[in-house]
Design a protein around this ligand. Structure first.
Ligand SMILES: [Zn+2]
Ligand SMILES: [Zn+2]
Ligand SMILES: [Zn+2]
Length: 247
């Protein structure tokens, strides 16, 4: 007996928007902000952004607006590429929510040649990791809702002032004549320093001599002093006013 059911089956796939069910089974979805930074979008927000008539744009964990990719992926640190510029407030908030603080600390831990170069330039090449570990330990010893927000703010602050390696352009591209491992390098704070701007006025990765701040910058020095971290090569600060507030 001939089965004619196939004849009746529509052969044209209708043009439909991707249903929200195609979102990854993850509490947070990756979204791209206007400056290319990767933000975390709560699953429910992402589902709404993919709904009928929606603009695929959504609010994010840190409050920025971000677009949901046509093939949405989870905001998963292990899956995001190393070169991705990940928003620190989103990253640390998700780490707290998903209990993946260790994974986030790993992101702050330089390895390989990067670690070797930082070791030559800094007393403690893991200074930011050590600061963040001390901040987390302080929170865990007196946990409450207010201090969780304070903890995330401190972790974000430290992360934004992490030392970055500076090298001449030809050394980065491998076009220099320096022997292996002997390229000149310096270490600076990207947040405190002034960077050149590309045509769309975003930082282009070059550091301007007019204001390049050596790392560890005053932010890290202050955090290390208040947290009382040994081994970072930084003495305790002078008079400190931890409760000072703006009038
Ligand atoms: Zn964000
Ligand atoms: Zn700084
Ligand atoms: Zn070189």
């Amino acid at each position: 007996m001939n089965d004619t059911r196939n004849v009746l089956t529509p052969t044209v796939t209708p043009l439909v928007k991707k249903p929200a069910q195609e979102l990854p089974e993850a509490p947070f979805v990756a979204g791209i902000g206007t400056t290319g930074e990767v933000h975390a979008i709560p699953h429910l927000y992402a589902a709404r952004a993919l709904g009928a008539g929606a603009r695929r744009e959504s609010g994010t964990v840190c409050g920025a607006r971000a677009g949901v990719h046509r093939e949405p992926s989870a905001f998963d640190r292990a899956a995001l590429p190393r070169w991705a510029s990940v928003c620190p407030p989103c990253a640390w908030t998700v780490a707290v929510e998903t209990r993946t603080l260790d994974r986030e600390l790993q992101e702050l831990t330089p390895t390989g040649e990067h670690l070797a170069a930082l070791t030559r330039l800094l007393d403690d090449p893991l200074i930011v990791r050590h600061v963040c570990e001390a901040v987390i330990a302080g929170y865990q010893s007196e946990a409450d809702a207010r201090s969780e927000a304070c903890m995330i703010a401190a972790l974000v602050h430290a992360t934004r002032h992490a030392p970055v390696l500076l090298q001449p352009y030809e050394c980065i591209t491998g076009d220099c004549d320096h022997p292996d491992g002997q390229c000149p390098a310096d270490v600076a704070c990207a947040t405190c320093s002034l960077q050149g701007r590309s045509f769309d006025s975003e930082p282009d990765g070059t550091f301007l001599e007019i204001c390049t701040i050596t790392a560890p910058c005053q932010v890290l020095i202050t955090l290390v002093g208040h947290l009382g971290l040994p081994g970072c090569g930084i003495g305790a600060p002078g008079a400190a006013h931890p409760e000072a507030a703006r009038p």
